[in-house]
Design a protein around this ligand. Sequence first.
Ligand SMILES: [Zn+2]
Length: 285
Amino acid sequence: MSSTLPNNRTLQILAAADEGGYGVLAAIAYNVEHVTALVRAAEASHSPLILLLFPSTLKQLPSLVFAASAACRAASVPISLHLDHAQDEQQIRDVVNTMPFDSIMVDMSHYEHEENLRKTRELTKLCHERGIAVEAESGRINGGEDGIADTGELEALLTSPDEVEDFLDADIDILAPSIGNIHGDYPPEGPKLDLGRLERIHSQLRGRARLALHGTNDFSPKLTQECIGNGVTKFNVNKLLLASYHHFIKENADQPITKLIDQGIEVVQRETEKWMVVCGSANRC
Ligand SMILES: [Zn+2]
């Protein structure tokens, strides 16, 4: 973990979580209603938050990143802005010079291990020079979700101890391991995670990087707390917070737009507050 980023907002939020033994929601926003709801939930719950945007959203709604950044800065609780699954090297090089992210997931996991590491090391250096913290994915998390490419034919690879060392050596700040978690929905029997592996990775890190967990669709509160108990501080969420929003929009599509905006925000805020309690981050700030 870079010692050159003492004021980095994402790292400060995760360090406090590690110390306090709780998890922080790292929540995807696709639009300004989501941003508004997530920030309101954090403020109402006195909870820290990490706000995630997908690279595809930067192309779809370029102004959202600036609105989200302003909302983070104006909030009464610590909130950072993170770019999730940045897989395009050129986009990363552009973003670090033009957009106000606190942290970026440099996701080169579609390359073979050596190439992945080489690119990760190079891009991490660039991000650190700009004061931006870096997350990387070790192993390969399978599946896809709305906004990120599916891994398709590539096989899932569980994170090994050697890989953890390799990524620490590349100077990353946050590690997203592959422990049986997948992007998108789980089969009917639900998630089957290797929690022993998670615990071993956490001990191996010894505070040199924080642990992020991806692929949390269909997680129960109990499984979420088990993962946090095994060292996860950055808990990525998509469907857990947004499923009821999608349902609400579908059911009320004939209603006036202002009503959809107001009530849509309320739906997301409610779900977010619930999961902040599950993660143990409520009333921490
Ligand atoms: Zn992910």
